[in-house]
Design a protein around this ligand. Structure first.
Ligand SMILES: Cc1ncc(COP(=O)(O)O)c(C=O)c1O
Length: 315
């Protein structure tokens, strides 16, 4: 475990629960790693990575953190709320289609603003330049710390190296090999899990379910963090279930997401965990997984984004 360089903001360990009714209905042995329970305001995977970045920010004497994401970004919400807890100011560069503030202040964006974050809206083209925009902003501010998108770099990924250690203790009773299925985008979650699986010698196939970008794009980000450190860990990015793209959700996807809630009592946000649970559903339907296959679905949180969609046709 790598615990010396982090704050303790998340409620850990999170449980690993067997999804009895989902397994029965969908036809595979499904377990759910409950990172939706890392906290309430800080729920989800991001807080594991922020524990490292915010410690480094504090050690560097930073009083402002700067980060970025979509307007409904869970990472930006978790950063703003964690920084509020620590008494730090937050600046968020948030992507919107026209670079203007969203009309509806709901879901994660509501919480970013409630936490007092300074929201600066940028277009998708500007977002492509997010790293230089954030670095330039940091030069103008005394004691600022820049956290990359999703806190997905070598430092943030340490949170998921630890998470793999945590899981290893929970799967000791498993008979043989299993698949670890999770939503993947900025890739720090996948990269950390790959590095952690190497450290604890997990007999696992790690599959990141792409929610927006291509498999190759996400895999490149994973490789940029992992390098040559885990050559024998089996991992892949599956981009077969992106559908209409990032944040674009079809009726079929929402129907399966709602069904998953009815079969587990858990929330699946349409953008991340919902796309991933839909992808898992499709893979089971295609025969990739059957009743004898064990799949751990890493629930990466995102519950607040559930409240930024119109579910009226599915409830
Ligand atoms: C709820 C949720 N799940 C999964 C992810 C993907 O994690 P990563 O960006 O580390 O690939 C995100 C990233 O924003 C997220 O908010």
């Amino acid at each position: 475990m790598h615990t010396e360089d982090r704050l303790h903001l998340a409620q850990l360990p999170t449980p690993l629960d067997h999804a009895d009714r989902l397994s029965e209905a969908w036809g595979a042995d499904i377990w759910i790693k409950r990172d939706d329970l890392t906290g309430f305001e800080l729920s989800g995977n991001k807080v594991r990575k922020l524990e490292y970045h915010l410690k480094a920010a504090q050690d560097a004497g930073a009083t402002t953190v700067i980060t970025c994401g979509a307007a409904q970004s869970n990472h930006s919400r978790a950063t703003a709320l964690a920084a509020a807890r620590l008494g730090m100011h937050t600046i968020l560069y948030l992507r919107t289609p026209d670079g203007k503030g969203p009309e509806q202040v709901w879901g994660n964006h509501l919480l970013q603003r409630l936490a007092g974050a300074e929201c600066r809206f940028i277009t998708p083209a500007e977002y492509d330049e997010r790293n230089s925009i954030m670095e330039a902003a940091a030069l103008d501010i005394e004691n600022a710390w820049v956290i990359p998108e999703g806190a997905s770099d070598a430092l943030g990924s340490m949170g998921f190296v630890n998470a793999a250690h945590e899981l290893a203790g929970q799967v000791e009773g498993f008979q043989g090999h299993f698949t670890l299925w999770h939503a993947s985008m900025s890739a720090g979650t996948t990269a950390g899990l790959v590095l952690g699986a190497k450290e604890v010698s997990l007999d696992v196939d790690i599959v990141g379910c792409a929610v927006g970008d291509s498999a190759e794009g996400i895999a490149e980000r994973v490789r940029s963090i992992v390098g040559s450190r885990a050559p024998d860990v089996r991992w892949s990015i599956n981009d077969s279930h992106i559908g209409g793209g990032y944040g674009v959700i079809s009726d079929e996807e929402m129907k399966v997401q709602a069904e998953a809630t009815r079969l587990t009592g858990l929330l699946f946000d349409p953008t991340y965990t919902g796309k991933a649970i839909y992808g898992l559903h499709q893979e089971i339907a295609n025969g990739t997984f059957g009743p004898d296959d064990t799949v751990v679905f890493w629930h990466t949180g995102g519950g607040f984004a559930t409240f930024a969609y119109d579910w009226s046709r599915f409830v």
